[in-house]
Design a protein around this ligand. Sequence first.
Ligand code: XLS
Ligand code: NI
Ligand code: NI
Length: 437
Amino acid sequence: MSYFPNVPQIEYEGARSNNEFAFKHYEPERIVAGKTMKEHLRFAVAYWHTLTTGGADPFGTGTAIRSWDRFTGMDLAKARVEAAFELIVKLKVPYFCFHDRDIAPEGDTLRETNRNLDTIVALIKEHMKSTGVKLLWNTANMFTHPRFVHGAGTTNNADVYAYAAAQIKKGLEVGKELGAENYVFWGGREGYETLLNTDMALELDNLARLYRMAIDYADEIGFDAQFLIEPKPKEPTKHQYDFDAATTIAFLQHYGLKDRFKLNLEANHATLAGHTFEHELRVARMHGLLGSLDANQGDMLLGWDTDEFPTDLYATTLTMYEVLQNGGLGKGGINFDAKVRRASFEPEDLFHAHIAGMDAYAKGLKVAARLIEDRVFENAIERRYASFREGIGKEIVEGKATLAALERYALQNDAIVNASGRQERLKAVLNDYLLSE
Ligand code: XLS
Ligand code: NI
Ligand code: NI
């Protein structure tokens, strides 16, 4: 039986195809910059947005038509697994990601909850085996249940902290069982509302302790996934501790955790923090910490995490530029942490959305590869910083300059000449590449 009877297997048909159920740019086996598109992009479906949630917003209930919704409880969880793998295979997506609570319902006790999880994990394992689909990452949902009202790793309540630890322990075991390539920590409630009741130093120390315990346990059970932290500045908490890449890197450095973690960066979280996505990627890349991507986009006119499917070609191009300059994402991938709009409630919309996102990233990859091959920005940047390769600039870069020496230089150099940054010209060239690919 099929959950998406109206949707065929999606194939690449090229830019001229007008088949709505075909890729126009994503050609999995095509070689770009030395690797297949499939190897570069490592796409993943996000279980929560695609299988679990149903289009509810703070003003209205769910709208999504999902044929698996006729079931409840564990039957619903099982039906979602069937639907998930049908969708993932039809989309030719190699990976998926989930929170523990996306795939199986909570029971009355932690023991029962873990039993539910085990049942679904076993079913997922069978499907992974028969389809070859792999788990990019899993994570623990430590933000939905009311027990996490004051946080999980940064709660004031040690009983809740212990519960969170138990949940992470189980998550690592599940990750190992399913061969997850990464394990994610997103601190949805790891932040604070007011300093009037908050011991920030204790909360941060405790969060680091929890990460340390997770590393130790992963080592103990031989789970060799890459640990990832996903920054976000706010929502649901007013002020989240993993605000952005720079803040998270400072945290990792301070607590001596930098060599065991990388970052899972999300486009909409970047814009919520007042950055572009490429800024966040560059910061992580400079520190060797670019791990994985949550691909989506926000809305310029809305100030929250709208998690739209990524269709902005400028953004996907500049994102793939950073990824290529990073030498790829290693164990990471491109996870569509994105949801169809509430008004796009038909099951087919799930396919249109993923096809749009995959094509936008494929196009971005092709354009970025050509930009790099032609050294478009590299040449411009090299010229712009030429003054640091000779004379006084070279001495500065080599650490030979002192304030006194620079003063001597400045005193006899009255005619400073600057050159244009040529921003508009570079943007026009970027347009030319986008339009001609
Ligand atoms: C929410 C986050 C979340 C993480 C995984 O804003 O993006 O979905 O990716 O917990
Ligand atoms: Ni995310
Ligand atoms: Ni998000």
